[in-house]
Design a protein around this ligand. Structure first.
Ligand code: UD1
Ligand code: UDP
Length: 395
């Protein structure tokens, strides 16, 4: 508990501002915004940077979020410096209007880093949701590894999804204000996945999920731009060609022009490779629930698929989310065509190999992360006697 913070804010609701800007941050912050808003102890404010525009707006719509501030910073193909500087200047103006007791940022994006830095410049307390994930490779994921580590240095409260994340922070000497909460993405997933779900995207209602092996694909990471992404797309093309009747690739393509170009160049024209627009979060989660296999370089998908019992081939050389690999439901497939193909072919052709990976595990959360975060904040500000119980993975 922080006595100074408790004294400064005594007798009134805590003014908490959530800041986010991209699709994954929004999906993972949405249930937390809802949790804080339903508690009278909080005076909630929400600011989006709109580092993403369309991909963010879809999430705001699904979760009925109405931010008070929208910095609207997105420009096509903007550089990291452009994102960071526009967020910093915009947030300075927001903080001049509303001075929160606590700012909450999420994860590892440029919005996250700039949000924490802008709050630090104003000496506003910072809570970091999804803290402590590390690869310890400065350039991979790029720039996310350093964004997350730098926010770790700036933050006052650290909400680690897993015990391993807490240990990473402890190795860096960060032990105060650390809580193991589970990942809020599992809270979100519990509200979106439904067995009788009907897709708004009509084509998804017409796929024979029982007879076909539906492979859900996403790929967007900056460190995969160039040769790695060429190899990944080339492997996907070969898979589609090798199993024309058995496999359907469904690939909602990220709006980044770099990704769009390479994905369409390799995969257009194949009858069983469906390149579609980014899906709304509920569509995506339900499609994942009906898929056979997930091939992705996404952080969020690596966390969601194990909870739904779907094997994941991670299209990266490393991962800051090793828990699913340890639980046996994800494999690091790397970024070389031959290795990706070998692993995917095994899961398509061998039922025992598939069954070994296809069991539901929850290493990342139990759907209670938002409650724990809210309770940890109340504890920090002296409004609760005890910290929340830590999340323990059941696998
Ligand atoms: C960003 C995050 C990454 C996260 C990813 C989630 C950083 C540095 N990267 O990467 O950690 O995994 O979001 O998807 O913060 N675009 C649109 N419309 C949109 C969104 C993007 O047109 O709604 C296009 C724009 O041209 C934009 C480009 O995609 O410039 C790249 O977006 P940006 O946020 O810079 O990087 P991401 O690769 O999306
Ligand atoms: N997602 C989505 N629609 C899509 C692709 C992904 O709603 O077309 C969701 C996905 O289920 C997960 C999050 O977006 O919750 C992951 O975002 P992304 O892969 O862009 O970023 P990362 O998690 O790698 O940072």
């Amino acid at each position: 508990m922080d006595r100074l913070s408790a004294e400064r804010t005594a007798g009134r609701p805590l003014k908490v501002m959530t800041i986010f800007g991209t699709r994954p941050e929004a999906i993972k912050m949405a249930p937390l915004v809802q949790e804080l808003e339903r508690r009278p102890e909080f005076d909630c404010h929400c600011c989006v940077t709109a580092q993403h525009r369309q991909m963010l707006d879809g999430v705001l719509e699904i979760f009925h979020l109405k931010p008070q501030f929208d910095l609207n910073i997105m420009e096509q193909k903007q550089t990291l410096s452009m994102i960071t500087s526009k967020c910093l200047l915009g947030l300075e103006r927001v903080f001049a209007q509303i001075r929160p007791d606590l700012v909450l940022v999420h994860g590892d994006t440029s919005t996250t880093f700039a949000g924490a830095l802008a709050a630090f410049y104003q000496k506003i307390s910072i809570g970091h949701v999804e803290a402590g994930l590390r690869t310890y490779d400065k350039y991979s994921p790029f720039p996310e590894e350093m964004n997350r580590a730098m926010v770790g240095r700036l933050a006052d409260l650290h909400f680690c999804p897993t015990e391993a994340n807490r240990r990473n922070l402890a190795h860096e000497g960060i032990t105060d204000g650390v809580y193991v909460t589970g990942n809020t993405v599992i809270d979100a997933l519990r509200t979106t996945v439904k067995k009788d779900y009907t897709f708004a995207t009509q084509a998804l209602n017409h796929i024979d999920y029982a007879q076909k092996k539906v492979i859900l694909v996403t790929c967007h990471r900056r460190e995969n731009y160039g040769k790695p992404m060429e190899e990944i797309m080339s492997a996907l093309r070969e898979l589609a060609l090798k199993y024309p009747d058995e496999v359907e690739l469904i690939y909602p393509v990220h709006l980044s022009p770099v990704v769009q170009e390479v994905a369409h160049r390799h995969l257009d024209g194949l009858p069983n490779a469906h390149l579609i627009a980014p899906l709304m979060a509920d569509e995506m989660h339900n499609l994942m629930d009906r898929s056979y296999l997930v091939m992705t370089d996404s952080g969020g998908l690596q966390e969601e698929a194990p909870a739904l019992g779907k094997p994941v081939l991670v299209l990266r050389q490393e991962t800051e989310r090793p828990e699913a690999v340890a639980a046996g439901t994800a494999k690091l497939a790397g970024v070389h065509k031959e290795q990706i193909l070998e692993l995917a072919e095994e899961l398509i052709e061998s039922l025992p190999a598939y069954q070994e990976m296809a069991h539901a595990v929850n290493p990342y959360g139990d759907g209670q992360a938002c409650r724990r975060i809210a309770e940890a904040i109340l504890y920090h500000f002296g409004r609760r006697q005890w910290p929340p119980e830590p999340f323990h993975a059941s696998c």
